[in-house]
Design a protein around this ligand. Sequence first.
Ligand SMILES: [Zn+2]
Length: 326
Amino acid sequence: MVGAFGGVRGQDRAVALLLRYLESGNVPAGLLFFGEEGIGKEKAAVAFVSALFCRTRGESGGCGTCRDCRVLASGSHPNFLRVSPENQNILIDDIRRLQEELSLKAFSDRPRAVVIAPADRMTVQAANALLKTLEEPPPGTHLLLVAHRMSRLPPTIVSRCQKVSFSPLAPGLVEEIVTGIPGAGDRYPAAVIRGAAALSGGSPGRALEVLEEAEGERERWVRLLSSPDPAAITSVAASWKGAGDLSRKVAAPLSVVRDISLLSSGAELGIINEDLKDALRVAAGRKTPEGWGRAYRALLSMSRMPPQAQKQLMVEAFLFGFHGKG
Ligand SMILES: [Zn+2]
């Protein structure tokens, strides 16, 4: 069902709160959806708008089939407005344009809803301008602020909104959700998705980012470990220079070396990168099982390095050392 809350997974508390608002007929003018990025806040906000607009709302939100639900889903409902940053931030002009639109008469008899996402990217001036609308919203207008970091919003804005809190999901649920996404579940091996889910901090959105990042990286590392190529080593090391999250950066080489280590000791089961198995088997012959075990432990300790570590030097030392001795 398009737009129904059934599409929002693992956020039962937030959804129950939103349904209570709808049932009571007393929907706040300002709502603040907050929590980690990529865990369903915006999806829930749009589902909430659908339930607000729907003429035949059910227990799980908008019906998804009435005219208002369909027009909203197509992105052209006249009573639905959206404010997002064009570049880095939401600017005061963006808020002024919104206020101008809200000052005009609504086209439809439905309530009006504005989703501002990510609201924590409003400049101070934009937030101050929005405050006026939050204090005196036009009748029948609801402002839905979606924020990944509530602390970045001015307290005056936060205090004007009813808060709807979203929590990180369990890794198992992240894995299940990502597996069900077309282009992800049918593309990556199950164990690779599981690994990304474990690194995602409970966010399906972030798990997808991890998968995309790791995609080319796995093949690249098989090549790097298969033959010494100083230019390739220097180039991969340079790409680590500004890396923020080391555990994410190490994920691809770690999964590759783990598999090779298993293959080199004769194990065939439990290989994560099934799709690369032939290339992994060729690489396995380059070292003894003990040598691969050492490489695996070296990568593990890299993943635990503090953020200020000299990442570029670390990767160079690892790869030149790896090719230098058995
Ligand atoms: Zn409907």
